[in-house]
Design a protein around this ligand. Structure first.
Ligand SMILES: NC(=O)c1ccc[n+]([C@@H]2O[C@H](COP(=O)([O-])OP(=O)(O)OC[C@H]3O[C@@H](n4cnc5c(N)ncnc54)[C@H](O)[C@@H]3O)[C@@H](O)[C@H]2O)c1
Length: 383
């Protein structure tokens, strides 16, 4: 079977962290890094120089025109994902798109239709249900281990995560990758960047949301990165109420600060808490005691003891994470790309579907509408 010839859209933080995975022998045996495009072409060239097979391009169109490219992974700012994804699908390329796939349900519909029309595969991050512990939580709730589920809570806070990423400080290349877009519309704010993980896990476990309402606004209108002032346009402080039907509810947050857990100044609660009439799941604890899930004995060998549901050992147990990948970064995003690679090369469908992403996008879109209008919104999509 031929290697998949992969192009990277954007040479910013995520793709700088992902590219080393493709030099690992098990991945290099099935994927060639063929192109990297970025309007800051020196940035793309710097990354391309590390792969004999790769060429740098100043535009996405130039890369898509290259017949040597079979597939792309989109790591550009979220507000550009729809345009980039549509261009790639229309050019007949398979696509992996980083979270969030796009920002409106109508855009998601159009991307799903384009993938179908051009007979190419579309995989959307984040593949939270690829994580064995999320599958186990679903199993336990479905089996009634918590009694009747009453409510759930999950979310994440922005903090200074993107401002403080080492790549933005020029730590290893001297390049400083500007994060301004994380604070602008469309596509900025913690819902698209972080809460999207929680919503994929929550809906993967409990099923589609029926209704949403929310309060939302911009708490911190001024930020500064590398001494550069940033006027924040996007909402950075949103709290949603979700209705799953049968009087089962959830709270999901994407806030400027403040988390249910603490790890230095930033912590994510992607996995959530589930409260039932006879028990509670909090992260990887069932009624306060660690629960077992496939691969937990490997996860528990990680330096963090596998106690953090989203990092460390719980990334080690994703399907494509062999030993040499463990010391690299962003294992879950690498996994999502490999889901697309396997689907394109071998026809194995992934559960990290564009339909699931569309449902989460509708939740976010309708939450913002509910906050603006003061009216709870009924959702139309399922997955
Ligand atoms: N930074 C993280 O921790 C992280 C982690 C997981 C996923 N992601 C996701 O990865 C994506 C990118 O985030 P990031 O943090 O790497 O952003 P970034 O700002 O670090 O990098 C974006 C890159 O895209 C380039 N770009 C801008 N316009 C472009 C265009 N028209 N064509 C091609 N490239 C273009 C920019 O020049 C920049 O190099 C987002 O979807 C984000 O949600 C980021």
């Amino acid at each position: 079977m031929n290697k998949l010839r992969l192009g990277f859209v954007g040479a910013g933080v995520i793709n700088q962290r992902l590219l080393p995975h493709f030099a690992v022998a098990d991945t290099a045996a099935v994927v060639d890094i063929t192109g990297i495009c970025d309007p800051i072409v020196e940035r793309a060239q710097h990354e391309a120089d590390q792969f004999a097979t790769a060429r740098a391009y100043p535009t996405l169109d130039a890369m898509l025109d290259d017949d040597r490219i079979d597939a792309v992974t989109i790591g550009s700012p979220i507000g550009l994902h729809y345009e980039h994804c549509m261009a790639a699908l229309t050019a007949g390329k398979h696509v992996h798109v980083n979270k969030t796939m796009c920002v409106t349900t109508a855009e998601a519909d159009a991307l799903i239709a384009a993938a179908e029309q051009h007979s190419v595969r579309l995989v959307a991050s984040p593949g939270e249900m690829l994580r064995p512990h999320n599958q186990q939580i679903k199993k336990m709730i479905d089996a009634g281990d918590l009694g009747t589920l009453a409510w759930a809570m999950c979310g994440a806070a922005f903090g200074n995560y993107h401002a403080d990423e080492p790549e933005r400080r020029g730590s290893h290349t001297g390049d400083t990758v500007d994060p301004t877009w994380y604070f602008k519309n469309p596509g900025g704010g913690p819902l698209y960047d972080l809460t999207v993980y929680s919503l994929h896990g929550l809906t993967g476990i409990l099923g589609p949301v029926r209704r949403v309402t929310a309060l939302s606004g911009t708490l911190l209108p001024h930020r500064e990165v590398n001494g550069k002032p940033i006027a924040v346009e996007a909402h950075d402080n949103t709290v949603m109420l979700l209705d799953f039907g049968d009087n089962r509810f959830a709270v999901a947050y994407g806030t400027a600060a403040g988390n249910l857990r603490t790890r230095s100044d930033i912590e994510f609660d992607f996995s959530g808490r589930y409260f039932g009439t006879h028990g509670t799941i909090t992260g990887l604890l069932l009624n306060g005691a660690p629960f077992d899930y496939p691969g937990c004995e490997i996860a528990r060998q990680a330096p963090d003891g596998g106690v953090h549901s989203n990092f460390g050992g719980n990334e080690w147990v994703l399907p494509h994470i062999s030993e040499p990948h463990r010391s690299l970064q962003e294992l879950h995003v690498f996994e999502d790309i490999m889901q697309m690679v396997d689907w394109a090369r071998e026809g194995h469908p992934s559960i990290a579907t564009a339909e699931h992403a569309r449902h989460v996008i509708e939740i976010i879109e309708m939450a913002y509408l509910a906050a603006e209008t003061g009216v709870a919104q009924t959702l139309n999509t399922k997955f």
